[in-house]
Design a protein around this ligand. Sequence first.
Ligand code: 5GP
Ligand code: ZN
Length: 146
Amino acid sequence: MADTMPVDENCLFCKIVAGLIPCARVYEDEKVLAFLDINPINRGHTLVLPKAHFPSLLELPDSEGESLLRGLRLVAGAVQKQTRCGGFNCIQNNFASAGQVIFHSHWHIIPRFNSDGLPDWPGGAYSDSKEMEELARSINAHILKA
Ligand code: 5GP
Ligand code: ZN
């Protein structure tokens, strides 16, 4: 890994990447590390992260994309084989309102079973298709301005 890799010396996951704090390592390559979550939602719940410190998805550069996707795919497949889960959630929390606690971007691979009793996300509704189309256009306008 390049010497210029972004690091935050106060970040727990940077300390794990540096080997200063132990972890139950599942996978590692030049740019990605994966280890078991210390408080698993289900057994085998694994965290996958870029070794470099980026606080959220919004700071993550394109150059991290390929290695991260590869790490996610490898880890998810291996977790599924080992736990024999029916499926898995791949979740990333961004900012405190969404439940992010560690501000070093990371993805959760959570094994799921038909009978695991975890709640489904509630599904809402728009008042009509006009409201939905206007909202989509407004969000798209931010992308065009960026
Ligand atoms: P977040 O809520 O930020 O998306 O997720 C942070 C995750 O990190 C939590 O699921 C939490 O259980 C996990 N975690 C926090 N501290 C440690 C630790 O020291 N070691 C490991 N392996 N996981 C941790
Ligand atoms: Zn960090």
